[in-house]
Design a protein around this ligand. Sequence first.
Ligand code: OOG
Ligand code: NI
Length: 456
Amino acid sequence: MTATFVQPDTIRADFSAAMSAMYRSEVPAYGDLLEIVQDTNSATLDSPAADILNLTPDEDTTRISQERHGAIRLGTAQELAMMARVFAVMGMFPVGYYDLSSAAVPVHSTAFRPKTRAALAANPFRVFTSLLRLELITDETLRAQVKEILAKRQIFTKDAIALTEKAEANGGLTPADATQFVAEVLETFRWHADACVDIATFDQLNAAHRLIADVVSFKGPHINHLTPRTLDIDAAQSGMVARGLPAKAIIEGPPRRKCPILLRQTSFKALEEVVNFPATDGGAAVGSHTARFGEIEQRGVALTPKGRALYDATLASVRAQILPAGDGSNAQAYMDALATGFEVFPDDWRGLYDQGLAYFKFIVTKPEANKDDHSPAALLDADILTLSPIIYEDFLPVSAAGIFQSNLGDDADQDSHSASSQATFETALGTAVADEFALYQQIADASLADCLNRLN
Ligand code: OOG
Ligand code: NI
């Protein structure tokens, strides 16, 4: 029998759409965000700004309205290893390692995402996935209790596991199996209002760290946000405020630029949700929990290691001068300082390319031209090739964590811990994480080689 399997890209697109529908019903404000983002994206694509962005037609542009990322937090190595197998069925693989312990957050993370240019173009859905670091819970009694609670739960349905095993054994899933797989895996990400610990334990976990309570107290790792991608985050932010969504005063990341770099994000606060706690001697109890929030993001060009180092240093020096106040009172002053600080980055694609700060793919503008003795720079000068930004597909919490730590005046042992914790994370994961820079470099190299082949 020759089975016809569904492409992993298709399963991922279906899963992303199913997640979006579920989150829209769980968190109605997410539906508002989608509308705002869709409006600002159409307006941007119809405006002269679209020409400056120089997105690849049919590749960068068609995916935008489908594009989003989510985030989950897992409790154990077993959960992470199984999650990796589930995501692999959808063509999502771990890229990058993020150590958040320096920001006093007891997790470390990776991003599951498609890796190749074609898969990203088909559907770039990604999930920022964190694993609780039990060893960072200092109270030994609490640590033992957390371990015991986590050991008892099963976050995947029986059929999600069975279908993952089937996909691994057969090399894919049939259409009927793929449909069921999406529905079964969705269950893992669903919000459960019923806690699996009593309210006294919940309060104790919360007192240790809010994040620990979020990871440990529920049946599964509910998706905590789903973030659509906007082409103009300042316009989308104004749209959020106009609709009464409690947006933050500051957009995280680099400042607004003609040629966007990396990632700019803004969010609104977590929902307060009702939680039902199981009966104890004191009877059943009702409480609340805030974990889930809304976020939007604008993605720009991916930076090379050199560009990333400049980004990290520039952001750190701005934040050494001024830190955004929680109440938004110095928002304008912060954004002005950011804009000034980032003048070190050229704000045109060619400048970023020439200085080796960012990754680009190439578009052949004069296919009949002769390429003899032409360097890429000469071909760009002659308008035979044009630059198109390779979009950043990853995340920036490392810089946020570093800033957090320098604020606390405690930057002592971040580096000494991170090497061994990445190894621990990869052991839990069952595989190494991919290097994001290597992936961008491959896309850039393949694009240049392909364009040169097509010239005389
Ligand atoms: C993940 C936070 C990371 C982002 O956009 O940087 C993230 C979490 O809160 O679980 O989603
Ligand atoms: Ni996010």
